[in-house]
Design a protein around this ligand. Structure first.
Ligand code: NAD
Ligand code: UGA
Length: 342
């Protein structure tokens, strides 16, 4: 199938006619996880209509570098537009579904005046996507977050655990899940919500811990530890997260909510130790106050997604960290310095 989006957008978009397996819309395609997802879809022979607004949370050059893995590939069309304005329903009509990954991510920066950005990029944008998916009659797989659990009642945390977010970001993600549920109940939206647990790997966002650790090890800079370093995360390698995302689009029952976790709860101190031993370098770590809105630990029970679609994580923590370190070390110094200080 070849979708000609040019008339919808009044732009000259070259579409190379070819026999694709499926066609998907991917929001947030220039981001960390979204760019990997698009690559995996194109590798399978699917066509992808990618949308991204290049929001300024981190430098545009990093997102353009992510996109370089996609532009020019047969079957990929890129649209630079804010989801709140984009003609998503028209773009999605006739496709096999929408992967909705675009968002304002980041837990710690979601307080104060910045919440306006979270309200726009998470709440308003997702409402527009859910409305469009309903109109187009296509499935939407929505990128939710482990942050909806807050400091969860039980570990490993099942999807039935009462949500109790402790950051405004987590509240917006939970609100989006409820919004999708309301569209499903009242307007037959076909949706899946995936609660990703701290995703890492090449192209990870520059505000995230492992990207900063790897950059500090590469360049000899400092790493600020928020708190004692005893906080732990069930970290998920990006290729595993992408496999779960595609599998649920294809095979999960409508309305399902799944944890997507890497299966190895690890403290920040342990992550630092692994990165140090893989590089043979010592991290200049400075310990300060815990970040407001940070959870103490996360651990995903992934038995539901395994039972429904057969997904389980496949990448070991050491292999995943080694892969991210290799990516950071391979970039030139100017492009790997995190400009974001939140
Ligand atoms: P990212 O910031 O790298 O990617 C998000 C992309 O969405 C960005 O390129 C941004 O420009 C785009 N975007 C934001 N608002 C937009 C709008 N209104 N219109 C169009 N484009 C817009 O983030 P990521 O780490 O790849 O996360 C992807 C998704 O997964 C997000 O929804 C995030 O909340 C969720 N998530 C991520 C993690 C993680 O560990 N990275 C964990 C849990 C959930
Ligand atoms: C990550 C993503 O950033 C969120 O977008 C996502 O929603 C969330 O995972 C999730 O799983 O739902 P987080 O777990 O906080 O959030 O991941 P990191 O940003 O990598 O932080 C991990 C830990 O390292 C946190 O305790 C954080 O406070 C700490 N950290 C981070 C530091 O000590 N120093 C830093 O410079 C950065």
């Amino acid at each position: 199938m070849t979708i000609n989006v040019a008339p919808l957008l009044n732009v000259g978009v070259p579409t190379v006619p070819r026999k694709s397996v499926s066609t998907y819309v991917v929001t947030g395609c220039a981001g960390f996880i979204g760019s990997h997802l698009c690559e995996a879809l194109l590798d399978r022979g699917d066509d992808v209509i990618g949308i991204d607004a290049f929001t300024d949370y981190y430098p545009r050059e990093l997102k353009e570098a992510n996109l370089q893995h996609l532009t020019g590939r047969p079957g990929f069309v890129f649209i630079e537009e804010d989801l709140v304005r984009a003609p998503i329903e028209a773009l999605a009509t006739g496709t096999n579904g929408i992967f909705h990954l675009a968002a304002q991510p980041g837990v710690r920066g979601s307080w104060g005046a910045t919440f306006q950005v979270y309200a726009h990029d998470n709440l308003l944008a997702s409402q527009h996507v859910f409305e469009a998916a309903t109109g187009a009659g296509v499935r939407v797989v929505f990128a939710s977050s482990s942050s909806i659990y807050g400091n969860a009642e039980g570990y490993p945390t099942t999807e039935d655990t009462p949500p109790s977010p402790v950051s405004p970001y987590g509240v917006t993600k939970l609100c989006c899940e409820h919004l999708a549920g309301a569209y499903a109940e009242s307007k037959d939206l076909d949706y899946i919500a995936l609660r990703y647990f701290t995703v890492y790997g090449p192209r990870q966002r520059p505000d995230m811990a492992l990207c900063r650790i790897a950059t500090a090890l590469a360049d000899g800079g400092r790493f600020e530890v928020y708190g004692s370093g005893e906080q732990s995360r069930d970290v998920t390698y990006v290729e595993d997260a992408v496999r779960a995302t595609i599998a649920t689009m294809e095979a999960a029952p409508s309305g399902a909510v799944y944890n997507v976790g890497g299966g190895s709860e690890t403290s920040l101190r342990e992550i630092i130790q692994i990165a140090e031993s893989l590089t043979g370098r010592s991290l200049d770590a400075h310990y300060g106050s815990p970040a407001v809105g940070d959870v103490r630990r996360t651990a995903a029970d992934t038995s539901r997604i395994y039972a429904d679609v057969g997904w389980s994580p496949m990448t070991s923590l050491e292999d995943g960290i080694a892969s991210q370190l290799a990516w950071v070390m391979s970039r030139d110094v100017s492009s790997r310095s995190p400009a974001y200080s939140g």
